[in-house]
Design a protein around this ligand. Structure first.
Ligand code: HEM
Length: 213
């Protein structure tokens, strides 16, 4: 078996494991439609699975491995001539995910272990209620979730011998799910009051006044 084949198999294997986490993760975020309390309760129900000294490091390693194997394949894809729309979708979503997921998981871990802010409903909604941070976090949250569906959609397109039906359905579901999550945490469906410890932290981030946290 050649090196690239091993990399591809590793990428697919890790994707299955991470896929279970992502499905659980995004399902929990959809429960925020029932309000902050429901979201925080749903998080508590699933946290025992990954918030422990065994699964959490494995999850972080899986993300790094997924990004590294993905970037290796991306270089090859990039060099291919006549790239069509789905090839570009795979490249762009892959690059986006590699950066955003590592950034997002690090932010969650730093927030909990270094800053001492729990990663709950208000951790997500806080920057969306801040006038300055909203400009960055709104597209960031959307692309973080939508990127997963776009990437899986592109995979489905090539797997199904370039038949677009399933791929388009996956991307359409992704657009609905991502928009719903971002709208919910932005306060479109109910008013959101951010607790002072979260608004203080995000105000500090927005003004670059981090040492005052
Ligand atoms: C808009 C979409 C998303 C939102 C609002 C969101 C929100 C959150 C929240 C609230 C946490 C803290 C969880 C906890 O403390 O139990 C978290 C952690 C995390 N999220 Fe996301 N997430 C999103 C998308 C994603 C995606 C697509 C991935 C892909 C893998 C992902 C990966 C992670 C990881 C690895 C952690 C750290 C888990 C840990 O070790 O504690 N998230 N996210």
């Amino acid at each position: 078996m050649n090196f690239l084949k091993v990399i591809r198999q590793a990428h697919r294997l890790l994707a299955v494991g991470l896929g279970v986490f992502i499905l659980l993760h995004l399902t929990v975020h959809l429960t925020a439609l029932g309000g902050p309390q429901m979201h925080n309760q749903s998080l508590k129900i699933v946290q025992w699975i990954y918030r422990n000294p065994i699964v959490e490091p494995l999850l972080v390693l899986a993300i790094i491995g997924q990004a590294a194997t993905g970037l290796k394949m991306l270089v090859r894809k990039w060099q291919m001539p006549n790239k069509g729309l789905w090839s570009w979708a795979q490249i762009v979503s892959g690059l986006m995910l590699a950066w955003f997921i590592i950034q997002h998981a690090s932010a969650a871990l730093i927030s909990r272990h270094v800053i001492g802010l729990d990663t709950n409903f208000y951790w997500v909604a806080g920057p969306l209620q801040n006038e300055t941070l909203r400009i960055v976090f709104l597209p960031y949250y959307f692309l973080l979730a939508f990127g997963v569906f776009l990437h899986i959609g592109a995979f489905a397109y090539f797997k199904n011998k370039r038949d677009q039906k399933i791929a388009v359905a996956i991307v359409a579901i992704g657009a609905v799910v991502s928009t719903t999550i971002v709208a919910t945490f932005s306060g479109v469906f109910f008013p959101i009051t951010i607790p002072p410890e979260y608004s203080r932290a995000y105000d500090a981030l927005a003004t670059g006044n981090l040492p005052d946290l």
